[in-house]
Design a protein around this ligand. Structure first.
Ligand SMILES: [Zn+2]
Length: 316
């Protein structure tokens, strides 16, 4: 089995995707407005990214996987975003997404919110990532800028990444307010794409802001579980769940359907400017929640270091 597999995703026009999402989200939100716009300048608040946009040579990378975390951790699974950028044929790529830190580097387990412009021939990497860890003393959580504590661009175990040249350009703007259904924002988008495009997988990434309300967020403990986590119930008892406050800036990666690469189909991590952050499950305030997102379709999917032995536990 190749360590790196490449797949050409289906790439509909932005206008066509906007129509599909307008229909799909209307089933789950009271107010929905999807349109094609110029990407806002993402160097500005609340994003403060190192690049202006999410356009140009778009890719999705699914690296490693939950089977390296569960049932027992494999701490030797360490990756580097500068290397991943080359592996996806985009040196200097700008990455957004959801992953785990390298426990070797950080000294414990933690959620990673990758926001990285990888190094290129002329410039060093810019690491704007955040990490969130559990404080073992009080079981609270701590959000930190990764680069204030650590050097380099490595991560561990797994990551779902959206990569681009970080350029301005046309994107799909999604506004959805007041949730009327059960699905979270990204599941609803993914399922709308799956329903419309069927066995032609569409991948998307970008960023969205939960502007009002609260959300259910988990943070992995600093210590890996010493006993095997064999079921979703085991995993949920190990994870720490919190209700966190808007505004939360979320980085989603999604693929509408798995074309056979043992993918995690949706994964979203978030940060904030008030100390909240982690792995997004859903909002907890359906009557007041307001989402505003910017998405672009990916041209290619790369599957890197797919686990040989797999399972479906812990993919929520
Ligand atoms: Zn996660």
């Amino acid at each position: 089995m190749a360590r790196i597999e490449k797949f050409a995703l289906h790439i509909p026009s932005l206008e066509e995707i906007a129509g599909v999402l307008q229909n799909g989200l209307t089933e789950n939100y009271a107010d929905v407005q999807v349109s094609v716009v110029d990407c806002p300048d993402l160097t500005q608040k609340p994003f403060c990214f190192p690049v202006k946009g999410i356009c140009g040579k778009t890719r999705i990378a699914d690296v490693g996987g939950v089977p390296y975390l569960l049932p027992l951790v494999q701490k030797d699974k360490v990756y580097d975003l500068n290397v991943v950028a080359k592996e996806i044929q985009l040196p200097g790529a700008f990455f957004l997404g959801a992953g785990a830190v390298s426990s070797r580097t950080v000294g414990g387990n933690a959620e990673l919110i990758p926001i990285v412009q990888a190094q290129n021939e002329n410039n060093p990497a810019i690491n704007g990532s955040y990490m969130v860890k559990i404080n073992p003393e009080d079981s609270g959580y701590l959000l930190e800028k990764y680069s204030t504590k650590h050097h380099g661009c490595d991560f561990g175990l797994l990551a779902n990444l959206y990569a681009s040249e970080g350029l301005p350009g046309k994107v799909i703007e999604v506004k959805a307010n007041r949730r009327t259904g059960e699905q979270n924002f990204i599941s609803c988008i993914r399922k709308a794409l799956e329903k419309h495009y069927g066995d032609k997988p569409v991948g998307m990434g970008g960023t969205f802001v939960i502007q009002k309300g609260k959300a259910k967020i988990h943070v992995m403990p600093s210590e890996f579980s010493a006993c095997p986590l064999n079921t979703d119930e085991d995993v949920n008892n190990w994870l720490k769940f919190f209700e966190m406050k808007a505004p939360l800036i979320c980085q989603p990666v999604l693929v509408s359907r798995d074309p056979g690469f043992d993918l995690r189909l949706e994964h979203t991590h978030c940060f904030s400017h008030h100390g909240d952050g982690g792995h997004y499950h859903t909002d907890t305030t359906p009557e007041t929640v307001e989402y505003l997102g910017y998405f672009a379709p990916a041209e290619y999917l790369f599957r890197i270091d797919k686990p040989q032995e797999t399972h479906m536990v812990g993919r929520d």
